[in-house]
Design a protein around this ligand. Sequence first.
Ligand code: GUN
Length: 768
Amino acid sequence: MDGLKETDAGVDCMGAWTDGRRDDPVPCREVDKGLFEITSRDGRARLGRLHTEHGILETPALLPVINPNIRTIEPREMWDRYGIGALITNSYIIWKHDALKEVATTQGVHALLDYPGVVMTDSGTFQAYIYGDVEVGVEEIVEFQKSIGVDIATMLDVFSRPDMSEEQVAQCVQETIERAPASVASSGTTMLNGPIQGGLFKHLRTQSAQGMAEFDFAVHPIGGIVPVMERHLYKDYAKIMLASLPHLPPNRPVHMFGCGHPMLFPMSIALGADLFDSAAYALFARDGRLLTPWGTQKIESLVEWPERMPCVSTSTPAEVRALGKNERTVLLARYNLEVTLAELARCKQAIRDGTIWRLAERRSHQHPALREAFLWLSTSPHNKKLDLQFLDELILSDRDAARDRDRNAGKWESSWNWIVESQESPRKGGEPWGGEDTHVRPHINAAKTALKQHWTPHHREGKGSGEVLVAYGTSGPWRERLSDLMARLEHHSPGLEVMIQTPIGLLPYSLEDLNPFTHIDGPLWLWRRRPNPMEVRKELVQYGMGDRRIILVDMLGDGIQARALHALSEAGVFGVTNQDGIQTQPLEKEQRDDAKKRLQRRHVADKMVLLLNMKKEDVDLLLEDSTFVVNRLGRVKNAIMSNGTHIVSPRLTDGGLSLTDGGAEEIHATRDIAMPQDFEKTSLESHLFKGPAWVVVNDDAEPFVRQGRNVFHGFILGCDSWISPGDSCLIVNQKGELIGHGISQCTPKDMQYFKKGVAVKTRGGKKQ
Ligand code: GUN
């Protein structure tokens, strides 16, 4: 096994590995083998755990490619020093080389590599792509992988190149699907990769994903993308992902075959990738190239390191250049690996923080092809519909360059929706302004869609019903600044709607603390911009207020109340006025309290409609004669029904709404449609105002949920199709009886497919 000792050259050089061994991994439970669970998510990005006999692999993960003939960094060091939980090697190379084959078949692949973690093997498809053919059979190569004890084997798929004709690619897709049953049968209990082919053809990628999804694969690699990445066709890369991933079972990790450049990680992960493999760290090192999250740099011209990684902490690029070829290659391979792992760690933290799209957005500025991909992704027809306000003047000019014909045809709209519908909203914390990109962040899209679908003006008779007051000029919170004014308007001009201009669109005053609208962190001018009446009009049309007269009021500085009243008096909207046109008489205490109470009710009611998907009439009935507990800043803390039930609590952290046990019962009783029988997907529109989604659990889960325990995947019989991560939901038994309520962690398809992990975090159980 020539080359095995290559890393010995590095033992005494800078960054060499000399100490510390990590314990071998603990095998997963036998019953869990092959299962994948999600522990955290941000839209389609997910942190997961793949259960294998050689440990539980935390995803997203990078699997370094080990060429068993040339081991630039020893697999043992990958495990001990870098904490790498899985690697990939090539079973065809092992199969072809007698010496390797002998060790692998007698001692197993883990012994051959001296690696205790998860070993994935490829099948020889890539060699067939490079050299034209391989001599091994479809079943033979899977059986071989099984016989040497790999954790995840790969079937012999047929590589589809981007330059192939549609007929040729269709042939690759078809043949790969035809090989699937025999491959799955040969794999026995070994986990098997079922690669997705389809070249650059959207329908063939989709066909491949749908076809391969039918078989019992453990992981789905996206194949045929190496030449796409080599040519920096990142827009095509994104298209391939969007054409494939929505059609795969979500409980199987997605592996990006041959993708190991850290620059691609944030976008790939944001689009749902779980696994990556990379030979790049070693291949690039050989010719002195350094990987960075923003591209590749040659060491030749460097005085400083692009990123100062641990392995080069005591050496300069010049010193490393002076090393012998082997020594330098090993050190640069370590460098590349460290940079790659660091970017992966950033992505994982971003998933936890709910900022993966923002990271992808930021990284998209690092490379023109990546930017093009990102603009293509975020400039969907769907966004255009929603972002009328910014569409004409701000977005089109820049984004036109990145848009192509098929986008206009709306061909990708459902793929974009696939991303948007998995977004949690509202979220905690501020939303940093990122220029035009801010408008097309998927969770902002989700928030705007929900608002526009759910919120309607009250259409009350009386003064102001033909007008809308648009307050602008300052960032939130607005409650204290506006609450006295609002009470007076509520009393004197009950027909008036008040909207606040935020950098991402109009926000009804009744929802004034709702994220992300309320917490856009950006420069002052962002809030100071005087609204363009044309833009405002376009948005008002969407809220059914297109015919109302717009009254603009600047909120900055003292005297907001006087300014607003003056403007309204001039417009003839506001009550009794003195000769200067200003209503001088303050409200009586009783009038003010009454007006404030009505505002509080509207605040809670509008949130129940928006965040619990409820009918206005049901909410009005539930909140009839209700009372509100407010904190010293005037924010509603609890809403109490007339029967004494504490129904909901507006949340301070994100402007969301927390459902109470009593509230869940009251709302459960308002349902007037059949309970979900399974996981059928129906159009989202048809489920507007049908209440919070129901999750039906089986008899085994019922006693646990009643005690307040979480709902686990595998115990769910059905759910409403409009459930999405972060939503409040009602948990019912097979008879439709309420047994608890909680926060969904997933989409309906996740509920259908996953067998492990938490599906609903239970907030309250209903004892029998
Ligand atoms: N490695 C890189 N691309 C591919 C592919 O499409 N199929 C397989 N099996 N391995 C690969």
